[in-house]
Design a protein around this ligand. Structure first.
Ligand code: GLN
Length: 309
């Protein structure tokens, strides 16, 4: 089935490239690259332990904002519900790196999946982890069955040099008393987590904990962990695709998180952890072909959380 999805995505890619070119022209932005619409991978890890993959599922990419899901899980496990005093749980409707809302909200970011929220989560993690630069990496590798992930050093460097907007978000939060550590320290941990590199197969594996099998005799997952996973999924559903979250929910119906590396992690609760990747990004920063591939998968499997059709 995944091969059919890759064929269908490949067939539809030229039309999306045209659409993307038109949008870029209208917005006065640089033209998208045709070659970015030629690469697409997808991998599915099912609850019974099968891993299926197709297309460029073995190509590594920086997970970027998908790391915000892992960081949130680690922070919630360490800090519990008190984390929500510092960050909200509402969709933002603004760009992922917008500062406007942070000022309005007096330094309390709308949710942990926009940049301001993720930076506050990293600040919170600095209180609980000896090695905050590596704590998200350790969490990811724990779920890779002994495989190692790497950091993309170039991405880390360009996120450092191009990170002034992220620094501004932190100064705004600090001004309102919602950032305890030094901006440079938080930045360093943040650029590390964004630069973690996985392929679709690795990302689907790393996302397995969110399938959160019910805590019964078949599952090793304790009740508290399963409940936390369910809550993380609810935030992915509302906020995981930035200001494209509503459209994604309408078309796909699965909780998901995207990153500007072109990856998307989507979860079919109790059923599958799914990763899709393609580098061309739509105006919201979500992968054009990744969203399309997941839409086709949800249609074929009937995995939408809103029920079967
Ligand atoms: N490193 C990127 C940034 O902070 C991550 C954003 C993203 O993936 N949407 O701007």
């Amino acid at each position: 089935m995944l091969d059919d999805i890759v064929s269908e995505v490949t067939e539809k890619a030229p039309k999306l490239f045209e659409e993307a070119t038109q949008i870029a022209e209208d917005l006065g932005k640089p033209k998208p690259r045709k070659a970015d619409f030629d690469r697409f991978g997808i991998a599915v890890f099912t609850r019974d332990g099968a891993l299926v993959k197709a297309g460029n599922a073995g190509t590594g990419f920086p997970i970027q904002s998908i790391s915000k899901v892992f960081a949130l899980e680690v922070a919630l496990e360490a800090l519990g519900e008190s984390l929500w005093k510092r960050v909200g749980r509402e969709p933002s409707g603004d760009a992922f790196n917008s500062i406007i809302d942070l000022e309005r909200q007096k330094g309390i970011p709308r949710n942990p999946f926009i940049n301001s929220g993720a930076l506050v989560v990293v600040d919170a993690l600095l209180d609980v982890d000896q090695d905050p630069n590596g704590c998200v990496m350790r969490f990811v590798e724990h779920h890779l069955d002994g495989e190692k992930a790497s950091y993309d050093k170039d991405v880390m460097e360009s996120d450092r040099t191009g990170g002034n907007l992220n620094r501004s978000l932190m100064f705004m939060a600090k001004h309102h008393g919602n950032l305890k550590h030094e901006v440079a320290e938080v930045m360093e941990a943040y650029v590390h987590q964004c630069a973690i590199t996985l392929d679709c197969a690795g990302l689907a594996k790393a996302g397995r904990f969110l399938m959160h099998e019910r805590p019964d005799e078949r599952s090793e997952r304790p009740y508290g962990d399963a409940r936390r996973g369910r809550r993380v999924l609810s935030i992915m559903m509302m906020c995981g695709m930035y200001d494209g979250s509503g459209d994604f929910s309408y078309r796909v119906g699965l909780p998901a998180k995207s990153g500007v590396g072109g990856g998307i992690l989507a979860i079919a609760p109790h059923t599958a952890s799914i990763a899709a990747w393609s580098p061309a990004l739509d105006p919201m920063g979500n992968s054009w072909l990744g969203v399309l591939g997941l839409e086709l998968l949800a249609k074929r499997t009937d995995w939408s959380v809103f029920g079967r059709t």
